[in-house]
Design a protein. Structure first.
Length: 636
């Protein structure tokens, strides 16, 4: 198999060993402000950011993490003005971190993603106001202004269920952008070239086509690697994930113009328990933000080696959680305060709280930051185990670790058996000799390189079909349909989902199933989905070709589209005012709440927007509130 130990090095004497993990962080979370002049004043980089404020301080000042990734366009999510962005760019990011760290020579490796993920779903995403264009040259120049060590080429990832024509269009644009990025790259930084595909044959073709163009332009001597994208939507499907990665890795290995031993391979957005197995098949570096997402749900990662299937994390509000069983920096802080005090703070409406006696007051987001930092340590722990196993010649121990900790472990093993010769024989022999899960405290019995080789299963003659210009398609418009709501019904407005039809999405299923289990009469509910492209889409129209065939999502920078959707919803509600006894919107997404709020104010009738904002409310609490509102209408 293809696990290996490597390292990024530079002329500053830094060395970052691989396999490694780059935690995704958001840095430009508000205006930087002036440099601190008095003792106790915060450095610019620690001044704001909600969750990220304390997280950055722990990472750069307390623990001095070796590396991190940030998307160059993340500042848009914090409504940063062009003027504030210019203030950030006045000083190199590495210099800002060094000054704030308290250590004169601290300089973590900075990986700057291109921000291409923003273009995956979001409709009308606009960055012109900040003087940035969505082209390789402009993005590269912006990366240079920020200052980093590793850059990613501008790409357009593949959203699930895209029409084939759009898939191939995006792949060709990303290849063109990668080559252009490599051409203009100065050589001072390392460049990861984005790779995309929906399966192994597509990623193999992508690498083939990309390397052909690199050779054609005589760019093979430049400093680059490959970064496989479009993985986040399939992260919970290990069979497909392995297939996509296998195609890219094997093509890179078999490309004569490349020195495989010097070409690192990255997996965008992967921070799961599959990391050890993906290292075994050739991935060197990873990034992700699952540590943050888990903490926002108040989930606490169970440290290795105590993790096991069904016990990968616990909700700190649960009856079975009584303390923070870890000795990392974050857990030491949390245990000083105690679980009871932590929960009291989270449920309080006060802005600041005494956390540890004698220390400065904290805000609620500090607790989420501490939970997030603990969760990150578990991923670092996973990387340490993975590296130790490779150095000990125990590649199969990594696969064992992933298959044991992953719900779909069997699918993972089946896919590896399909991809590699002799896998089952070596796997069974290994498992019989090493039945307990290796915890890193002692070496397993077998210490030999497994004789497992990749099968020749890729269709290297595959290439995308030529596609002409897409025929013009009529937009869906509910006002042009002969739509009649159920008589005297409750309008339930939900935000659109990536999965189509909307009724098949996880979120819509959870909501409707919960209402059904609470004995809400579903025959009285008229479900209307608010599409970021088309506006209101009643349930009966969810399977229309135009509705199923788009993948855009609304972004808060697209003010024109937000206003358009708001007006469409307002007109829809006014037209059917007499048909609805009540109108309830159950929308969590902040961007989609904007047009709903705006339409409700203009509409002027009885309309309620849920859920209410509360830091400790669970999804179940919000759904109970929805049931309560519907039952009030029924009773009246």
């Amino acid at each position: 198999m293809d696990a290996r130990i490597g390292a990024f090095t530079d002329d500053k004497g830094r060395k970052l060993e691989t396999p490694c993990y780059f935690p995704m962080m958001e840095i430009f979370t508000g205006p930087p402000g002036p440099e601190p002049k008095l003792p106790g004043e915060e450095w610019d980089i620690f001044r704001n950011g909600g969750f990220w404020k304390l997280f950055k301080k722990i990472s750069f000042h307390e623990q001095h993490i070796p590396a991190f990734l940030t998307s160059v366009l993340h500042f848009i999510d914090f409504s940063l003005s062009p003027k504030a962005l210019d203030e950030w760019l006045n000083v190199n990011l590495a210099e800002r971190i060094r000054r704030a760290s308290g250590i004169g020579d601290y300089e973590p490796v900075i990986f700057l993603d291109s921000g291409g993920f923003k273009f995956m779903y979001e409709s009308g995403f606009n960055i012109d106001d900040w003087g940035i264009k969505a082209n390789p040259k402009s993005i590269y120049e912006f990366q240079r202004k920020i200052g980093g060590d590793i850059f990613a080429s501008l790409d357009i990832p593949l959203a699930p269920e895209l029409p084939e024509r759009e898939v191939y269009r995006r792949m060709r644009i990303s290849i063109k952008n990668a080559v252009k990025s490599l051409e203009i790259c100065s050589g001072d930084e390392f460049l990861y070239l984005a790779v995309h595909g929906r399966n192994g044959n597509e990623t193999a073709w992508y690498v083939r086509e990309l390397t052909r163009r690199i050779q054609q332009r005589k760019l093979t001597k430049k400093n680059f690697g490959f970064a496989i994208g479009s993985l986040v939507p399939i992260a919970d499907r290990p069979g497909l994930l392995v297939d996509v990665i296998f195609g890219a890795v094997q093509e890179i290995k078999n490309t004569a113009i490349l020195d495989w031993k010097r070409i690192p391979i990255h997996a965008f957005g992967i921070s799961s328990n599959l990391i050890p197995a993906l290292v075994a098949i050739g991935i060197d570096t990873f990034d992700g933000s699952s540590f943050m997402k888990m903490s926002r749900n108040l989930n606490y990662a169970i440290p290795l080696p105590n993790s096991k299937p069904g016990l990968l994390y616990k909700d700190i509000r649960g009856d079975d959680f009584d303390a923070f069983p870890c000795d990392c920096y974050a857990c030491r802080q949390l245990n000083q305060a105690g679980l009871k005090r932590v929960l009291e703070i989270l449920s309080s409406s006060d802005k600041k709280h005494t956390f540890i006696p004698g220390k400065e007051p904290i805000i609620k987001s500090n607790i989420y930051s501490l939970l997030g930092y603990h969760n990150l340590q578990r991923t670092f722990q996973l990387m340490d185990f993975t590296t130790k196993n490779i150095k000990n010649g125990m590649i199969l121990e990594n696969i064992k670790l992933s298959s044991t900790l992953t719900k779909s472990g069997r699918k993972l093993l089946e896919e590896l058996n399909f991809k590699y010769e002799n896998f089952v024989h070596e796997w069974m022999s290994y498992c019989q000799a090493n039945s307990p899960l290796f915890t890193g405290t002692e070496a397993p019995a077998i210490n030999a390189e497994p004789k497992i080789t990749p099968r020749e299963i890729l269709d290297r003659s595959w290439k995308p079909k030529p596609v002409g210009r897409a025929p013009p398609q009529e937009e869906f418009e509910i006002s042009n349909r002969n739509y009649t709501p159920k008589g005297s019904s409750i309008a339930l407005i939900l935000a659109c989902s990536k999965k189509k039809p909307y009724a098949n999405s996880t979120t819509h299923k959870i909501i409707m199933n919960y209402l059904n289990s609470a004995n809400v009469p579903l025959e009285r509910i008229e479900k209307i989905t608010l599409s970021g492209k088309f506006g209101p889409v009643p349930l009966a129209y969810e399977e229309e070709p135009q509705v199923v065939g788009y993948d855009d999502q609304l972004h808060k920078t697209n003010k024109k589209q937000i206003e358009k959707i708001s007006k469409k919803l307002q007109i829809f509600l006014e037209e059917h005012r007499e048909s609805f006894t009540s109108i309830i919107a159950f929308v969590n997404n902040p961007t989609y709440r904007i047009p709903v709020n705006r339409a409700f104010k203009r509409f002027g009738g009885r309309a309620i927007l849920l859920p209410e904002k509360s830091s400790l409310r669970s999804r179940k609490d919000d759904l109970e509130l929805l049931v309560e509102e519907i039952m009030k209408v029924e009773e009246s």
